[in-house]
Design a protein around this ligand. Structure first.
Ligand code: FAD
Length: 406
């Protein structure tokens, strides 16, 4: 039998192991995870969990029995320290060494920290792990005002949950609009207005100068334009850094993420990399090296590697898609909309349900849907199968989009 080791017990690592067994892999299968808990879903941490509608138990991707039933050895609270490639061994921080025939790196990413004075004060928090979410949950109970640093998905999801609890929320964002890296201007504009209507205040075009406190606890955030915003909790959501150190120190090629080819193999044919930590040639971006942080990407890349390791050669070409729940709005994104040179809006943002179709050189590259889930499902097919839809048609509500995918 062959031995496969997966480093990282997150979405991608879990899926790789599960899909390997599903595909009939019969060798030994071990997942090394440095968090103390079995693989769980991260998306609800900034949504249902914080809103009190999910618990640590409901977040688990599978019950504990699943791993025993599928002969998957879960080693939690253990960290991979180095890869000894010449002898194909993985060394843990405990010093123990494990042999592999194939190694799957699914080390994910960690939050970027805010490099300003005061960032170490109590009450300055992040959101990546269940442990982080438990901290945030605990702090939220007694809080009157929060400052969110970064108007990305996680910052806005958190802001919406906090505002719904009656907490005064200010979001500080360096760019001039929300989710600027990920969504088109019309979608940004809609969410800004929606959050403002819910009482959230924005400060755009400014950075954080420093965070001030009293008795070791945060009291305010000072922005680079000299303003101060009171805060008894600060949530920092300014992006992530991929966990590439293990790979880099083993001499594997790294560029932002761990570099892999179309088959998700690193520069060592015995090592694959998947999920948030991997930079791959993206067929929806002209094969440009891309790193994607999403559940879809983690799951589909895991399945692709499992297929290859069980003898069905596969190259990764899945369509990227993503979702974010903010207040009462469900944003769903199909494709990679950026860059685009034309947007067409279908439906009426004033009614709270619309889709933005993004075109690059006359080709549909991405669709952002807000409370229009049917558009999203159709858009996935239109983009993945490169089916034609001209801008006039996209805007025409009298045209049934379903007819195009039959
Ligand atoms: P991770 O889930 O980060 O797992 C990697 C694991 O490896 C971690 O547990 C890490 O601690 C561990 N690890 C790292 N190095 C080592 C080592 N040396 N030894 C042992 N273990 C190690 N995506 C969406 O599509 N939709 C959403 O709505 C959405 N919401 C999100 C909300 C939040 C709050 C967060 C944090 C993420 C959200 N995401 C969302 C992103 C999504 O969760 C990630 O893209 C996905 O979890 C990536 O999976 P992964 O397995 O690559 O990495």
């Amino acid at each position: 039998g062959r031995d496969i080791i997966v480093v990282g017990a997150g979405q991608a690592g879990f899926q790789a192991a599960a899909s390997l067994r599903e595909a009939g892999f019969d060798g030994s299968l071990t997942i090394i995870g440095d968090e103390p808990v079995a693989p769980y879903q991260r998306p609800p941490l900034s949504k249902a969990y914080l809103a009190g509608k999910a618990t640590a138990g409901t977040l688990a991707l599978r019950p504990a029995s699943f791993y025993a039933d599928h002969r998957i050895t879960l080693r939690l609270g253990e960290q991979a320290a180095l890869i000894d490639r010449p002898v194909q061994q993985l060394e843990l921080t405990s010093g123990e060494r494990l042999c592999y025939d194939h190694l799957i790196l699914a080390t994910g990413a960690r939050n970027r920290s805010l490099p300003v004075p005061g960032a170490d004060l109590a009450g300055v928090l992040q959101l990546r792990t269940l442990a982080d979410a438990e901290d945030v949950q605990r702090y939220l109970a007694g809080v009157e005002s929060v400052v969110v640093v970064g108007a990305g998905f996680i910052g806005l999801e958190f802001a919406a949950v906090a505002a719904a609890r009656g907490i005064a929320v200010t979001v500080v964002e360096f760019a001039d609009r929300v989710m600027s890296r990920a969504v088109s201007r019309p979608t940004s504009a809609f969410f800004r207005a929606a959050h403002e209507a819910a009482g959230i205040r924005f400060a755009f075009g400014v950075g954080v100068g420093r965070i001030t406190g009293a008795d070791g606890h945060v009291t305010a955030v000072e922005t680079t334009d000299g303003r101060a915003f009171a805060a008894d909790l600060v949530l920092v959501g300014i992006g992530v850094v991929p966990n590439v150190e293990l790979a880099a120190e083993a001499g594997l090629a790294v560029a932002d993420g761990i570099l892999v080819d179309q088959a998700l193999l690193t520069s060592d044919p015995s090592i694959s990399a998947i999920g948030d930590c991997a930079t791959f040639p993206n067929s929806f971006a002209g094969n440009a090296p891309t790193r994607i942080e999403s559940v879809q990407n983690a799951v589909d890349q895991a399945r692709c590697v499992a297929a290859r390791l069980t003898g069905r050669a596969a190259s990764y070409a899945a369509l990227p898609w993503f979702w974010s729940d903010q207040g009462g709005w469900k944003l769903q994104i199909a494709g990679l909309a950026n860059p685009h040179d034309l947007t067409v809006t279908r439906g009426d943002p004033a009614q709270g349900a619309f889709s933005v179709f993004c075109y690059r050189q006359d080709r549909l590259v991405g669709v952002e849907s807000v409370n229009r889930p049917a558009d999203h499902m159709i858009a996935r097919r239109l983009i993945a199968e490169r089916l034609p839809l001209v801008p006039d048609q996209a805007a025409d509500l009298a045209l049934d989009l379903r007819a195009l995918i039959r």
